[in-house]
Design a protein around this ligand. Structure first.
Ligand SMILES: *Cc1c(COP(=O)(O)O)cnc(C)c1O
Length: 374
């Protein structure tokens, strides 16, 4: 094990590395796209959409400007708007709720359970005659209990739209996140598991009508002939970002494998520390195949541990600035969700990305061991 006397500097996420580790290839792609003048809705985007659909097993993938627009477009295409209620898990990025809000509907928060994902029982309790959809977040690279959610959706005739911004390649019973509901969305924000050099997003669907609607919505309501057939937005995935993503997608299985390896290392080092609650370890059996967008632990001494890690050069993050969506008073969403509220006094994310070495994980684990040995 690495000596603790040698302090390392491990940022939570090293943004320049995203470019530097693939500098030559990305620069070449930039030149190639630039010389073709291929910036908007060009072949690189079409190819990426085809490859992404193939990767996830969805019938269609549509590149859009970011993961938030992806949600708004999916909701609008599903006909959700004023007077409708959409249920989401409050342990999510505010974007999940704001997409519901900007689609014109009412965001209804529910609780999570031990694995930090949406609690189907909490969903059931939140259903009213106005409920139209359930929007689970496939959080931290893990897919929710989709059987339980589908059962509720069938019972009450509800739509499912997945926020799979953090879930590309994650599976439940062998099926990919983003492909369960009427539509599912992905984000390519730089720190996401498949991150581009800016903003980007995609929507997955198996539904022909949804596909057509969403293509119109992202392109000013214009059909391929240029005729405006409905109100639309400008929300296209840049062709240059699509070209980068197309290149990165080829290596994505290795990225997932490496993240799972890092999670195994953390689990091996930390599972003996009784004061810590760890995320489920990566397994190949069972219902879940997790891709570890994040490694979110819980501990009673969260703030002290965060400080101790910082003193030892290790960056950590408390997700969403330390609050569940319904706890931001400016949003005027009131709810009492006991699991998630308690969890937010204890949760902390350790560094989790492919720029980390095995030695980095050993060092981080060593510092944590030292903290609890005090
Ligand atoms: C990142 C993220 C989004 C938003 O994606 P953007 O591309 O940044 O708009 C939405 N939901 C969740 C859960 C996310 O993690």
């Amino acid at each position: 094990m690495t000596s603790l006397s040698m302090t390392r500097n491990i940022p939570y996420f090293d943004y320049p590395q995203l470019f530097k580790t693939q500098e030559e290839d990305l620069t070449q792609i930039f030149q190639e796209v630039g010389y073709r003048g291929a910036y908007i809705l060009q072949k690189d985007l079409a190819e990426f959409e085809k490859n992404l659909a193939q990767y996830t097993g969805a019938k269609y993938a549509i590149g859009v400007a970011n993961g938030t627009d992806a949600l708004i477009i999916a909701l609008r295409a599903a006909g959700i708007g004023q007077g409708d209620e959409v249920i989401f898990c409050s342990h999510t990025f505010v974007a999940t709720a704001s997409a519901i809000y900007f689609a014109g509907a009412t965001p209804v928060p529910v609780d999570c359970r031990e694995d930090h994902l949406i609690d189907p029982e909490s969903v059931r309790k939140a259903i009213t005659p106005k409920t139209r959809a359930i929007m689970p977040t496939q959080l931290n690279g893990r897919t929710a209990d989709m059987d339980a959610l589908q059962k509720i959706a069938d019972e009450y005739n509800l739509i499912i739209i997945e926020d799979a911004a953090q879930g590309l390649g994650s599976k439940y019973k062998g099926k990919d996140a983003g492909t369960f509901g009427l539509a599912g969305t992905i984000s390519f924000y730089p720190a996401k598991t498949l991150g581009c050099l800016g903003d980007g997003g995609a929507i997955l669907t198996n539904d022909d009508v949804m596909y057509e609607q969403m293509c119109l919505l992202r392109e000013h309501g214009r059909n391929p002939q240029g005729e405006v057939v409905c109100w639309g937005l400008n929300s296209r995935l840049d062709n240059l970002q699509a070209a980068f993503l197309n290149y990165m997608l080829k290596e994505y299985d290795q990225v997932v494998a490496r993240r799972r390896e890092l999670a195994s290392l953390y689990h091996g080092y930390l599972s003996a520390i009784s004061q810590l609650k760890l995320p489920p370890a990566p397994t190949t059996e069972g219902n879940h195949f997790d891709i570890f967008q994040n490694y979110e632990i819980e501990t009673e001494s969260r703030d002290e541990l965060k400080e101790f890690l910082k003193k030892n050069g290790i960056g950590t993050l408390i997700q969403w600035g330390g609050k569940a969506v319904h706890q931001f008073s400016g949003l005027n969403i009131s709810a009492q969700l006991p699991y998630v509220e308690t969890m937010f006094t204890k949760c902390l994310m350790l560094p989790m990305n492919i720029f980390l070495t095995d030695d980095d994980i050993a060092y981080i684990a060593g510092v944590i061991e030292k903290f609890y040995a005090k």
